[in-house]
Design a protein around this ligand. Structure first.
Ligand code: HEC
Ligand code: HEC
Length: 75
């Protein structure tokens, strides 16, 4: 019984996390010449790094694994 309650609490946490993330809208990577053909996340920081042409806001979420949240706009 105890393990069932533990599993139930665990499942609730997972569902909560998924719910929070599904509600977030991540801006898509624009399909313009600046972004065409970029496949390495390291290259993003040449423009979006601190002090570059288009730096991320200080409030930006964790600055790694860009493609986890930002998908390329196609078509
Ligand atoms: C050559 C410079 C350059 C590189 C490299 C670059 N960006 Fe950008 N990015 C820009 C500029 C300038 C803008 C803002 C103007 C625009 O919409 O194109 C922008 C806008 C964006 C936006 C949209 C922001 C919004 O408010 O809609 C996202 C998301 C983004 N970039 C992600 C990325 C990611 C991820 C990478 C790496 C794969 C990357 N960028 C590489 C210059 C660059
Ligand atoms: C955890 C998810 C997540 C990751 C990882 C992530 N982003 Fe974002 N990004 C967001 C969200 C959410 C916004 C919108 C923030 C806002 O509107 O205040 C955003 C906004 C942006 C913007 C628009 C300008 C700004 O600062 O709001 C750019 C450009 C951008 N991201 C580039 C990147 C790059 C480059 C990386 C990788 C180094 C990256 N993002 C990683 C979630 C993410």
């Amino acid at each position: 019984m105890r393990s069932f309650v533990g599993f139930f609490a665990f499942a609730l946490v997972i569902i909560g996390v998924l719910f929070v993330f599904s509600g977030r809208k991540f801006p898509q990577i624009p399909a313009d010449p600046a972004h065409a053909g970029i496949t390495k996340e390291a290259n993003c920081m040449s423009c979006h790094g601190p002090g570059r042409t288009d730096p991320l806001k200080p409030t930006h979420p964790p600055k790694f694994s860009c493609f986890k949240c930002h998908k390329a706009r196609r078509g």
